[in-house]
Design a protein around this ligand. Structure first.
Ligand SMILES: [Zn+2]
Ligand SMILES: [Zn+2]
Length: 374
């Protein structure tokens, strides 16, 4: 094991009971690393909507309390377990390199073998595992995080700043995977994005970079729609200020009277699914990414048959998507207003304020910076 000098404990935001206000606590730093593991010093951790849902106890996924909140982060390598001297895309790793890393995949279950690591039956997720037992540090709102041996990890290119690398580790890798699963996009094709949160905004940037004919967005509120335009959206519709009929008419006008060839759903609103099915062009592809809640809607399945649609889902992201997210930021980041997504800066001592502001929709993507140790 190669290591820098390490403290005995890490300040971390621990959720012991859902909905309770959080303040930093001291959590042990593991003294030994398993072969293949890394220990990183967190340099930035951005807040994802899922963090809020977990904190509030609103998630349908199992959570082994107490857990360290946060799963969107970037850190600098401070200890390297045996055999972990390279990242998952064969780049050398040394102390001081920055990395982002995936939830674990076992590599040997049916889904891993079929090339679907995000569906791994033996998946361990950061922020879902207890911090009461070694290796303790499995969440992002912590000075230090333990990277499990079975987590894919990718070195962050020097040109990608901490805030954006952090955002690559959940929001952007999810978008990159959705585009990968969607398949080819052509310059003749119209695309509709439902939702103008961080994923929707990033998807606009990725779609415009891919060179489609037009990108329309249905979202809100109005300040957010202004940002959609800055990200390159051609047509922007406020979901609260328009009727479904008005939106359908505007989308038809923007798409040669036929409808979008591709619809991507990032809104999380179950009603968006029914609207997407109604708007999409015959022969179209519908990629559903935002639906993680429990809501239900009525649809007419005949629409899928009669329009000859491909309806697809995409969950989370694997190592290749993290790599693609970082490369996207390295190549296109300087020409895009992605930094505008980072709306507020907090510290471990003010995480609760960030949660409150985000729940009140006063933030898009707040970031937590770790204070240097005095
Ligand atoms: Zn997330
Ligand atoms: Zn597996």
């Amino acid at each position: 094991m190669t290591t820098a000098a390490l403290p005995e404990t890490s300040r971390a935001i621990v959720v012991r009971r859902f909905g309770d206000d959080v303040t930093p606590e001291a959590v042990p730093v593991p003294t030994d690393l398993e072969p293949g593991a890394l220990l990183v010093r967190t340099t930035a951790a951005s807040i994802c909507g899922t963090d809020l849902h977990l904190w509030a106890g609103e998630l349908s996924l199992p959570v082994d309390l107490p857990v360290i909140l946060g799963h969107e982060m970037v850190g600098e390598v401070v200890a390297i377990g045996e055999g972990a001297e390279k990242d998952s895309v064969d780049q050398p790793l040394v102390l001081g390199d920055r990395v982002i890393w995936t939830h674990t995949a076992c590599g040997s279950c049916r889904f891993c073998l079929q090339g679907q690591p995000t569906l791994c039956r033996n998946r361990q997720g950061y922020m879902y595992q207890t911090c009461a037992e070694p290796p303790y540090l499995l969440g992002g709102f912590s000075e230090y995080v333990y990277v499990l041996p079975r987590s894919g990890r990718v070195r962050v290119p020097d040109a990608v700043p901490d805030d954006l690398a952090s955002l690559a580790s959940c929001a952007l890798r999810s978008v990159m995977k959705a585009f990968r699963e969607l398949g080819q996009l052509l310059p003749s094709q119209h695309l509709l994005i439902q939702g103008s949160g961080p994923l929707g905004l990033l998807a606009i940037a990725v779609a415009k970079t891919a060179g489609v004919r037009s990108v329309s967005v249905i979202g809100g509120p109005s300040e957010r729609l202004e940002m959609c335009r800055r990200f390159g959206a051609d047509v922007v519709l406020d979901v609260t200020a328009t009727s479904p009929e008005e939106r359908a008419s505007a989308i038809r006008t923007a798409t040669d009277g036929i409808g979008p060839d591709v619809v991507m759903e990032f809104s999380g609103n179950p009603h968006a699914f029914a609207e997407g099915l109604a708007l999409i062009a015959p022969g179209g592809r519908y990629m559903v990414v935002g639906q993680l809640g429990q809501g239900a809607v009525e649809i007419t399945p005949a629409t899928i048959t009669a329009k000859n649609l491909a309806v697809l889902g995409s969950f989370s992201g694997g190592t290749r998507d993290y790599w693609d997210a970082l490369r996207f930021l390295e190549v296109h980041g300087p020409n895009l207003p992605i930094g505008d997504l980072i709306t507020g800066e907090y510290t471990l001592d003010t995480v609760q304020d960030a949660i409150t502001a985000m729940r009140a929709e006063k933030e898009i993507k707040p970031v937590i910076r770790m204070q240097p140790r005095g």
